[in-house]
Design a protein around this ligand. Structure first.
Ligand code: AMP
Ligand code: MN
Ligand code: MN
Ligand code: MN
Length: 274
């Protein structure tokens, strides 16, 4: 079993790296990557916990990218930790995340929600605030019936508390991942609701700056979407990755429980396994 995409408490996941490892071992996962949003802070703990267990850990990250007017997620897999240039890159991303958190809070203030930033910081337990933390706050204070509704009413693209963010660009993200010794993979390509023309344009640009793979199987993708994504790999001669995008108990797909990779795809992980 392989899972190259999931989240811990260090971003918007529910579990500690140790608890994730426990679940991964239970699911018989042999190759496992933690890919928190714009941070590698949880990885050392995962490596430490995995010592002496029959599982190979790949260090990962899910980088937020601004491409045209879209928020695109790019996985960096196999990056080396303690790379000062990459750490600097992540620090810039987090600066943008903090500013966005403050901007979202100001929007919510206008809508009658007081002190949102302080409250989401308490919910997250750290500074790497994601929109799911705001969603949790809106549910907690009775504004929304669940997180989905919070995205639909406030936090989703174009809604009243949505703040466009000047995340890093496609080329910088790929280059930084490469310089840190990793490979770049476009996460969940069908989630962006791009037209086919736009999606092809994104992937062509991604490939032209050194992108290596596409996440062909991700969390809640349907069989049709998986086949479409596999088709993209063939068309653009890219490798394929798989992952659950597990965030915790609310995730429908558990660790390692995503659909299998279509046989006609070339996996990204051959370089790490024999
Ligand atoms: P952020 O990086 O702060 O923009 O947050 C993005 C994260 O929000 C994603 O990784 C998902 O975990 C979550 N998310 C995005 N859209 C939705 C949605 N419609 N409902 C619930 N969670 C969502
Ligand atoms: Mn997330
Ligand atoms: Mn994502
Ligand atoms: Mn993710």
């Amino acid at each position: 079993m392989i899972d190259l995409h999931c989240h811990s408490q260090f971003s918007d996941g529910e579990l500690t790296p140790e608890a994730l490892l426990k679940q991964a071992l239970h699911a018989n996962i042999k190759l496992f990557a933690l890919t928190d949003h714009d941070t590698v802070a949880g990885l050392q703990r995962l490596f430490d916990a995995a010592r002496n267990h029959p599982i190979q850990i790949i260090s990962g990250i899910e980088v937020s990218v601004r491409w045209k007017k879209y928020d695109i997620h790019m996985l960096g897999l196999g990056i080396s930790l303690n790379d000062s240039q990459f750490d600097q890159f992540i620090a810039q991303q987090n600066q943008k995340r903090i500013q966005r958190g403050i901007d979202i809070s100001n929007q919510l203030e206008k809508l009658g929600v007081a002190d949102a930033y302080e409250k989401v910081r308490a919910i997250a337990g750290h500074e790497r605030i994601g929109r799911p933390h705001f969603a949790e706050l809106l549910v907690n204070i009775g504004c929304c019936k669940d997180k989905q509704a919070a995205f639909k009413q406030y936090l989703g693209v174009g809604r009243s508390a949505y703040v466009p963010t000047n995340w890093t660009d496609l080329e910088t993200a790929v280059t930084q991942i490469q310089k840190a010794g990793g490979i770049a993979v476009i996460a969940h390509p069908m989630k962006y609701r791009l037209t086919r023309t736009k999606l092809h344009e994104l992937i062509r640009s991604f490939k032209s700056v050194g992108g290596v793979g596409i996440e062909v199987v991700s969390g809640e993708m349907t069989q049709t979407e998986i086949e479409e994504a596999a088709g993209l790999c063939h068309r653009f001669d890219l490798k394929a990755s798989v992952g659950s995008d597990y965030h915790g108990s609310a995730s429908k797909v558990r660790l390692g429980q995503q659909h299998p990779l279509p046989l006609n795809c070339t996996p990204v992980w051959h370089q790490w396994t024999i």
